[in-house]
Design a protein around this ligand. Sequence first.
Ligand code: FAD
Length: 283
Amino acid sequence: MRNPTFSLEVFPPKRTAPIGTIYDTMDGLQGIKPDFISVTYGTGKSTDRTATARIANTIRAEYGIESVAHLTAQYLDRDGVDQALEMFKQAGVSAVLALRGDTIEGAQPANIFCHASDLVEYIAQSGTDFDIYAACYPEKHPQASSLDEDLDNLKKKVDCGVNRLISQLFYDNEDFFRFLDAARDKQIDVPIEAGIMPVTNVHSVKRMAKMCGARIPEKVRVLLDKWGSDPDSLKTAGVIYACEQISDLVANGVDGIHLYSMNHPGVTRRIWSNVYSLFAERL
Ligand code: FAD
């Protein structure tokens, strides 16, 4: 992989949408050269487990790009995890992004993989040769009482066998740099990719910020106020904002950028066309 790495994230189409829509997304991403594309995994028992594996397989086999499969495990038993890992192996994925997943109201967790670290440990001891990736939270996970507590838990997770971390989205690079310093102080030494989610519409920024506990800084608020009712201009401003975040992160030596594509190839391409030379292969 390059240093810094550049990766993308896509999600399986909604159950009501034809699976073929992922081809539209992938065709739209042609020409972008990410180190890998990760595919999200639903949470809960009734998740279509095959969708992540099928899309990961398509990315690798038909588009020639390394694929990473997410796996959320708090509602799975060991058989469920084994089945998912076998599907990922058949699909040729290079790494599994091991997650606990969000809690679903009213659903009963299996109480086996209570934290992502339990899944990391299980995969590390499974005899499979996946790299193991995991999530981290520059502004702390919403359930943690402090960043320090969250980092202690992150350290436990990494020590169970994580090779690479991918961060939650954030809109202010200072939050990421602060987190990075604190993580390194705790001897969390694996590469940490910065998660960037471009601002594309007011509703999704507010929803994601609420869901992930991400702070909306004044600079983003100004964009939302100015162009909230002008979708094309807001998209342009969002692309520029994401490019500025990326160039500042790369200039400061970030290990990698993980762009949440939200299955919007147009926005992803516009960002890539501005920043690709920052990710040129090092001689
Ligand atoms: P954990 O690492 O288990 O952490 C969750 C909370 O538990 C934290 O507050 C942590 O401090 C605490 N904790 C962790 N370990 C311990 C411990 N040993 N003892 C006590 N407390 C502990 N969701 C999906 O449904 N599907 C996806 O595909 C998906 N992909 C994601 C990709 C990325 C890059 C990120 C950042 C998030 C993703 N999520 C996804 C969201 C994720 O599932 C939620 O944020 C979830 O609430 C936490 O998952 P986790 O794996 O980070 O949990």
